[in-house]
Structures are given as C-alpha cells and as structure tokens.
Design a protein around this ligand. Structure first.
Ligand SMILES: Nc1ncnc2c1ncn2[C@@H]1O[C@H](COP(=O)(O)OP(=O)(O)OP(=O)(O)O)[C@@H](O)[C@H]1O
Ligand SMILES: [Mg+2]
Length: 367
C-alpha cells in the first residue's frame, strides 16, 4: 500500500534529534507523539497512545532480534500503523523489510569465554570486536570483564585510564550515554572499550551487581557488545556474563585438557539452561596435523565447530606486541578466518568481500 499523508498524522519516532528534524521537515503538519531511542519503549508507548505512523532511524537496533523480525512483530500487533524507515516514504511490513540496510539487522551481546585459561579468549574478543566496530562505524563496544587479569588494554595498546574503576562511584546514576566518559576509544577501528582495573586491590571493588548494571547500560548504548571474560567457571561475574550473552563464543584448542574442560562446561551450560543454539564453539590455534583433528574435536564435544582459527604464532605475537589486531592490519589466513567468524556470529553485518577467505595464492603476508 502506498504511503499517504493524513491530516494531523500522529507520528512516533524511533530515533534521535536528527530523525525528528527530518520528520518535521517532511511532515510539518503532523503531530509528534514522541522520540524514543529504544524499540522496547516504542512498543510500550504504542500500546498506551494511539499512533498513525512509526518512523524508524536506520541506525536503531532492536535487542535479540533483527529489525525485520521486530517490524514483523510490530505489524502483527498494530496492523494500522504505518511503519517506515526515516528518509523513505514507503510503508514497511514483514515481506518488504528485506530492503533495510544490513548494518541495522542485529543487536547482540557476545561473550567470549572458555573454562580453560590461555586459549585465546582475549585475542578473539579484541579482534572480533574491532572488526565489528569497523563495520558498524563505531556502534560496538568491548567490555573487559576479566576483572582480575584483563589484558584488553595491552592487546589494543590503550591508555592506563579510564577503567571500570573510575565508573563505579557514578554507576547507579549513569545513563547509557554517560558510559562514554569512561570508555577508551580504539582509534583505528572506532571500538569503544571499557578496560579492566589496573591493580588487584581495585579489582576487589567490582561486584556482580556492578557487572549487571554495566552490561545493561552498554546494551542500551551500543548495538553490539563484546565481553571478554576470565576462565573461572565458579565466578559470579563469569556467571552474570554468560547469563547476559545472546551469543556465547566457547573457545577451545586441540589440547586434551582444554577439550576435557570444555566438555564439562558444555554439560554445565546445558544444565543451567543456556540454549545450545546460542553457544558458538570456536577452535583456536588450529593445526592440521594435530592428533586431534577438527573432526575429532566435533565428535568428542558432540557439537559442530563454527570456526577453526589457525595457529599463527608469529603473526599473533607480533600483533600483540604492537597492540595491533590482525583483522585491521594486513591480510593473512588468520585475519580472513576471523572476518569469516564475524559473519557467522552476526550474519546481518556486511563484511567487506576483500576481508573474507580467498584462495591461498591471493593471500598476502602481514606487514
Ligand atoms: N590463533 C593463535 N595463533 C597463535 N597464537 C595464539 C593464537 N591465539 C592466541 N595465541 C596466543 O595465545 C596466548 C594466549 O592468548 P590470550 O591471552 O588471548 O588467551 P586467554 O584465553 O585470554 O588467556 P587468559 O585465560 O589468561 O585470559 C597469547 O600469547 C597469544 O599469543
Ligand atoms: Mg584473556
């Protein structure tokens, strides 16, 4: 159905001040019901106040579903409300929503965890989060919630401060955009990073309630939130992170001890009700001539691998030493496999073709 102007159309905006100005310019006679940045709030308001039209800023992301799904749901409940993307004059419904730019299709909390230490959690979290930040033009964050031994600031060559510690006194009254004051910006990717405490005695100040609040605020502030964790399965903080995850990247290597611990962890995750589909099993430091090849890893864990990231000691060590994530600096097999993993984790994100895996002959060496 073609979009038609109505007399005194009541419009609700899901967007910001810019969207509001654009709508006012396009429809000066319309009555603006409100401007909201959260689609959950839009649903609430639509239930309370009669509206004719909903205009959505294409940068807004719903939580836990794609924008297509959200619009489909909204259309079902409010079939008489015109839904359109700001800047377009066409009604959107479930069937037509394919035209929405890919960068808005997802909003996720992605927790990188393993019960085993040293398997590459921080390496993966920093690289995946940076790649995602580049694609989303900065609508991504990385929270270093390995509170006692966080390494994110080293991996990304960030400053000592601010860290999560500075945020604690203000946390209760903080709004989502207030997080910006405590964030370090990773300039090459545009990633926002909340770094872990610098000293052990400061780590003790962080409790599980803080973690809950910080994750909640971050989820409202950024579309994609990555979280790096400690391997301690008994930690309440790790428990809180796992609970908050919409996607849990479970990291293993081909090491027998790692595999045993991951198998036990999979059993525990199942017991506490974590959906198997939200668990993405990633094999890091994969070597082809291991006595436990990929196929055996899958058999032993009774779960399919989402990705196998190759072992490339030289490249990875150099990248950590220089504080330069491999996804941003150079084309190697390992960076291509990480970009592929980004696509697998967030299928709606438009990963540049050139970053994906290509034939061996086309790969160039890092630096
Ligand atoms: N794909 C890889 N190829 C080669 N080396 C790697 C790879 N991934 C990680 N490493 C190396 O493994 C080491 C541990 O990585 P990382 O710090 O990311 O592990 P972690 O799981 O975060 O450890 P921790 O449990 O201590 O937090 C690093 O020194 C890094 O150089
Ligand atoms: Mg780590």
């Amino acid at each position: 159905m073609a979009y038609q102007m109505r007399d005194k159309t009541s419009i609700l905006i899901a967007g910001n001040h810019g969207t509001e100005e654009a709508v006012r310019r396009e429809q000066p006679d319309a009555r603006l019901v409100g401007v909201l940045q959260d689609l959950a709030l839009v649903e609430y308001v639509a239930a309370e106040v009669p509206i004719d039209e909903l205009v959505i800023d294409p940068n807004i992301s719903p939580r836990g579903e794609t924008l297509e799904q959200w619009i489909g749901r909204f259309n079902n409940v409010y079939p008489d409300v015109y839904v359109r993307i700001a800047g377009q004059s066409k009604r959107l419904d479930w069937q037509e929503a394919d035209n929405i730019p890919a960068r808005v299709v997802t909003s996720q909390t992605i927790v990188v965890w393993s019960p085993k230490g040293g398997v590459g959690k921080t390496f993966l979290a920093t690289n995946l989060a940076c790649a995602t930040a580049m694609i989303t033009k900065g609508n991504s964050a990385l929270l270093d919630l390995d509170i006692y031994s966080g390494d994110v600031s080293t991996y990304l060559d960030l400053a000592d401060e601010p860290t999560i510690t500075q945020m604690l006194p203000a946390l209760m009254s903080l709004r989502p955009d207030g997080l910006d004051k405590y964030v370090q910006r990773h300039a090459p990717s545009g990633l926002s990073v909340i770094c872990g405490p610098q000293r052990l005695e400061l780590s003790n100040l962080v409790n599980v309630e803080h973690i809950k609040n910080i994750i909640g605020l971050a989820e409202k502030r950024w579309g994609l939130v990555y979280i790096d964790t400690s391997p301690d399965i008994s930690s309440d903080i790790v428990g809180e992170c796992i609970e908050a995850a919409s996607t849990l990247i479970l990291v293993t290597t081909q090491d027998v001890c790692a595999l045993k611990q991951v198998k036990t962890a999979l059993g525990i995750l199942k017991k506490i009700g974590i959906s198997d589909t939200s668990i993405f099993l990633v094999l890091n430091r994969c070597v082809e001539d291991s006595p436990i090849p990929k196929r055996k890893v899958e058999e032993y864990l009774d779960k399919r691998l989402v990705a196998a990231i190759p072992d490339d000691r030289k490249t990875v060590e150099k990248s950590i030493f220089q504080g330069k994530p491999v996804v941003l600096f150079g084309k190697t097999e390992i960076s291509a496999s990480l970009w592929d993993l980004v696509s697998a984790i967030s299928p709606g994100l438009p990963v540049p073709e050139r970053e994906k895996k290509q034939g061996k002959s086309k790969r160039r060496r890092l630096w």
